[in-house]
Write a new protein. Structure first.
Length: 104
């Protein structure tokens, strides 16, 4: 599957029509983890398009890019450095931010 085929599966941009065609859309297009609710029912995503996403993800090599990010690879090509998103989860960073905000 490619992006063009995936876009063709997004049959409607009329979200109300998607809810009329699938009254249980909220339950099918939402996820809860603890206190977090991810509600993607109010998007133009269709069941067929959602089912095609894993293939697109694999074709784009997202898993390899994720692994490279966690390994500290230089993914920020503009600056020639690691993206450091994962570094924000390091306790020392949080402690430094706490001290910074306390000072400010």
């Amino acid at each position: 599957m490619d992006w063009i085929k995936l876009q063709a599966l997004a049959e409607s941009r009329d979200i109300n029509a998607l809810f009329r065609a699938m009254p249980e859309r909220f339950a099918a297009f939402s996820a809860v983890q603890g206190d977090l609710l991810l509600d993607y029912a109010k998007t133009s995503l269709t069941v067929a398009a959602r089912e095609g996403l894993p293939e697109i993800i694999r074709a784009a090599g997202v898993e390899g890019k994720r692994d490279a990010m966690f390994a500290g690879a230089k993914l920020n090509t503009a600056e020639g450095r690691a993206v450091l998103h994962t570094a924000l989860r390091v306790p020392a960073v949080h402690e430094t931010l706490r001290r910074l905000f306390a000072f400010a």
